[in-house]
Design a protein around this ligand. Structure first.
Ligand code: PLP
Length: 458
């Protein structure tokens, strides 16, 4: 088949929706460091995690040896409604850039939630239902995760309580209404409904909230209400596991035409889409079977990989969550309110942190005005209005393609187009009005929050 012209869209058949998730940790010699109990400083056991997370998800979280974990048929059936996701050859963008590079993107925005997050939301809701739970709690920042989870919970008839970062709750009423339409209850965070929320409000009256605060509230509600567990849309190993469907499909599609990528690019907030996209490729790299350049792209205003510290830290502001060893800016770090492009979490997946630390991948940070420039260029040529998060990857894919133009190299670039930007029009408006600028934390800002990292002997 490799002699054929490669189509604009490489579709797979429904039968090619993966039958098992790929657990990248099984192929890592240096495993990601375990989550620690903040009270004892010891690795968390399944018993300690089970009041917070569903049992099967705890098992997946702790499993670092099983390479393939079967996808239950109910989840595959749901996947079939919006997967396989197309892998698109960006012929029009290539021509516009006049680059010899071959650019592909895996488009994950073809579902109502508008992003890849549904891939894990449906899995987490399934296991909660299977365990006989009443419902789940979670946090959401910009609202993509909350929307995906609301869809998944309504499908399995579970209650869904979403703590939404207050600034987004106020600025993004439309996402809130999508969640409510799917039956979720949405509370602006920090709120008076939890002890930790009251404490944060007392210390920082008028705060517009952060993901870290919202996580603390959602965890508190899950642990205090019988029949509820907490679910998280990124960062955790289980989420990267579910997101491996992105990479597995991408690899199947490329293999059909004998295409081998040189560079794989993804935006990185907590690391789940990137971890999923690169999983099978990184597996080959770890096993010494192939080599790829892998680039994580983060915002210059929240640069965990490129300016953070590799250390144990809390995943939340309230410091009630487990400690994770990751690249972090410190759990008290709050990106500038001016930052409109998402990817605001202070830390990073432990798996990706370890791989980055061991030199298996690169990271770069980009400023939001250049991200929106890339978004605009992409939208005008490829037609899809990209999410600001996804546009970080577009920025670097375009930059790499322009480098190929200078050197004449015909590199194959694959990037993750994680979602659509229809709910980010306030950010686009700022850009269109010329009112967007770049607020980058100073070394002092980062040092101040890193100084508050918990002391752990590990
Ligand atoms: C949440 C989100 C991201 C970032 O999260 P990761 O866990 O790093 O993948 C990227 N793109 C979109 C569209 C998102 O909704």
């Amino acid at each position: 088949m490799s002699a054929d012209k490669i189509p604009y869209k490489i579709y797979l058949s429904e039968d090619e929706v993966p039958k098992a998730w790929y657990n990248l940790r099984a192929d890592m010699k240096n495993k990601p460091a375990p989550l620690l109990n903040p009270g004892t400083g010891k690795p968390l056991t399944a018993e300690e995690l089970s009041p917070i997370f569903c049992e099967e998800l705890v098992a997946q979280e702790l499993d670092e040896t099983t390479p393939f974990i079967e996808i239950p048929e109910d989840i595959r059936n749901f996947y079939r409604m919006y997967r396989p996701a197309p892998l698109v050859r960006a012929y029009c963008l290539e021509e516009k850039l006049q680059t010899p590079a071959k650019i592909y993107y895996k488009f994950e925005g073809n579902n109502t939630s508008g992003s890849h997050k549904l891939n894990s939301a449906i899995a987490q809701a399934y296991y909660a239902k299977k365990q006989g739970l009443k419902g789940v709690t979670t946090e959401t920042g910009a609202g993509q995760w909350g929307t995906a989870l609301s869809m998944a919970c309504s499908y399995f008839d579970l209650d869904c309580k979403v703590y939404m970062v207050k600034v987004s709750y106020e600025q993004k009423p439309f996402r809130r209404e999508v969640m409510r339409t799917y039956g979720a209850s949405v509370v602006p965070s920090p709120s008076e409904t939890t002890e930790v929320g009251k404490k944060i409000l007392a210390e920082h009256p008028g705060t517009t909230g952060s993901l870290g605060c919202a996580i603390s509230e959602a965890v508190e509600v899950a642990t205090k209400n019988p029949g509820y567990r907490y679910v998280l849309g990124s960062v955790l190993n289980q989420v990267l596991l579910h997101q491996s469907v992105i990479g597995l499909e991408t690899k199947t599609a490329l293999d059909k035409y004998g295409i081998k990528p040189d560079i794989i690019i993804g935006c990185a907030g907590g690391g789940s889409n990137l971890g999923g996209l690169i999983a099978p490729f990184m597996g080959e790299k770890l096993r010494g079977e192939a080599d790829y350049r892998i680039i994580a792209v983060e915002p210059a205003s929240c640069p965990s990989f490129t300016r953070g510290t590799f250390a144990y830290d809390f995943c939340d502001t309230g410091m009630i969550c487990p400690l994770a060893k990751m690249y972090t800016l410190g759990s008290s770090f709050i990106p500038s309110a001016n930052h409109a492009g998402g990817l605001r979490f202070h830390g990073m997946s432990t798996t990706l942190s370890q791989l980055y630390h061991d030199g298996f991948m690169e990271a770069t940070s980009v400023e939001q005005t250049s991200v929106f420039e890339a978004a605009e260029q992409f939208a005008r040529i490829e037609g899809i209005l990209p999410a600001p998060e996804s546009s970080h990857a577009i920025r670097v894919a375009i930059d790499e393609a322009l480098k190929c133009k200078e050197t004449g190299e015909e590199k194959t670039i694959v990037f993750g187009l994680t979602g659509t930007g229809y709910f980010d029009l306030v950010a686009y408006q700022k850009y269109n009005d010329g009112e967007m600028d770049d607020v980058i934390p100073t070394d002092e800002d980062i040092a101040a929050s890193v100084a508050k990292l918990p002391r752990v002997n590990a």
